[in-house]
Write a protein that binds this ligand. Structure first.
Ligand SMILES: Cc1cc2nc3c(=O)[nH]c(=O)nc-3n(C[C@H](O)[C@H](O)[C@H](O)COP(=O)(O)OP(=O)(O)OC[C@H]3O[C@@H](n4cnc5c(N)ncnc54)[C@H](O)[C@@H]3O)c2cc1C
Length: 348
């Protein structure tokens, strides 16, 4: 293959990689996106975009099809608490529909696609080489189990006592959505997220410990079980995890980590895409900024745009994995202002 020279090489064409490619093209940079999977790419995901993610996509000229989401409802079969977003709506979007919309915009802007899996990264003062692609900058957007994070020496091992392994599973059901909220059903050791995605289509994501059985969890939620019992399951089960991933830093030289590749807490707050889109913007702004501040500027901005997600999700996860777990839904119901404030912070 003829070597390709670009300003930015992006490893991974998930939502964050494609958004970063679009940001970079809009900033006038040449871009190559390296991805071995064929488009549209699917992934286990709750498929709920927060209002902030909808706004960030619109800024890039992307308007995916979906169902407006008005807020969140937490329920434990006895009680429930809900909060409706004070500002704009979120959006339930089937993952492949989101990917189609991002890929179409990237194509329109002239992003080059390279169909391969990255297995080595060579960096020197002038740039970075990945396979046949030579670039001034490399953005690692290769997800939870990032190869680039590992090859660049930025992998940080999990903390045995703190990072209990959790996984996510997702299935689609052909049934008319019955709510305009993301429903989060809490059971003893797992949560089931219900997201309206399209007319006649609802997504259910289950988060739980290793070996969580999707159908067994649904069987323990009478309200959901009754609704889905006669619905068609549209396709097989998809899984992802372990969810908790750590990085020791967000950049090294000319390599920047974005999205899940930069570290991930949990899907409990349905935040990954909004935060990853903010990383994409910060990464491009940092490399077109003052040369002396580039990588440091990204590290600082990454911390700023990730802070609410990391603090709120870590706090909720710690409570969810402690004896306080049964109190989460009652507390959300008893303290609506606090529950609403947390949802609003994550929605931005
Ligand atoms: C069960 C579950 C529910 C979730 N619910 C929500 C939700 O409701 N809302 C929300 O905003 N977020 C949610 N998330 C999080 C969200 O899915 C992620 O944050 C998001 O997909 C991150 O995007 P990304 O582009 O960083 O990574 P990914 O989407 O994982 O994309 C990474 C890409 O990199 C490619 N790749 C990997 N290795 C290589 C390599 N060596 N070379 C080249 N390419 C490579 C992969 O093929 C893939 O296409 C959920 C996550 C889970 C697991």
């Amino acid at each position: 293959m003829t070597p390709i020279e670009v300003d930015v090489a992006i490893v991974g064409a998930g939502p964050v990689g494609l958004a970063a490619a679009i940001e970079a093209r809009l900033a006038g940079l040449s871009v190559g996106v390296i991805e071995p999977r064929s488009f549209p790419i699917d992934k286990a995901c709750g498929e709920g975009l927060m209002p902030g993610a909808v706004d960030a996509l619109a800024r890039l000229g992307i308007h995916p099809p979906g169902i407006p989401i008005a807020g969140f409802r937490y329920t434990d079969a006895i009680r429930s608490a809900e909060h409706r977003f004070a500002g704009g709506s979120g959006l339930g979007v089937r993952r492949t529909a989101l990917h189609d919309a991002l890929a179409a915009r990237a194509d329109e802007l002239g992003v080059t696609r390279v169909d391969t899996r990255v297995s080595d990264v060579v960096q020197n003062a002038g740039g970075v080489t990945v396979g046949d692609v030579r670039a001034s900058w490399l953005f690692a957007c290769d997800g939870l189990h990032s190869t680039v994070r590992r090859l660049s020496g930025l992998e940080r091992p999990p903390r045995a006592r703190v990072d209990r392994r959790r996984f996510g599973l997702r299935k689609h059901y052909t049934i008319e959505p019955w709510t305009d909220l993301v429903e989060v059903h809490w059971v003893a050791d797992a949560e089931a997220y219900v997201t309206p995605l399209a007319g006649g289509l609802v997504g259910v994501a289950v988060l739980g410990p290793p070996r969580t059985d999707f159908d067994e969890v649904l069987g323990r939620i009478p309200e959901l079980n009754a609704r889905l019992r006669d619905a068609g399951a549209e396709e097989g089960l998809r899984g992802a995890g372990p969810l908790r991933q750590r990085s020791s830093a967000r950049s090294v030289g000319r390599v920047l980590l974005l999205g899940d590749a930069s570290g991930y807490v949990d899907a409990l707050t349905g935040e990954g895409i909004r935060v990853g889109l903010a990383h994409a913007r910060a990464a491009v702004e940092s490399i077109v900024g003052q040369p002396a501040r580039q990588a440091k500027a990204y590290d600082r901005e990454w911390s700023r745009v990730s802070r609410d997600f990391r603090v709120i999700t870590s706090g909720l996860l710690a409570a969810a994995q402690s004896p306080l777990r049964p109190l989460i839904v009652p507390a959300a119901r008893a303290m609506p202002a606090l529950f609403g404030a947390a949802v609003e912070r994550l929605a931005r």
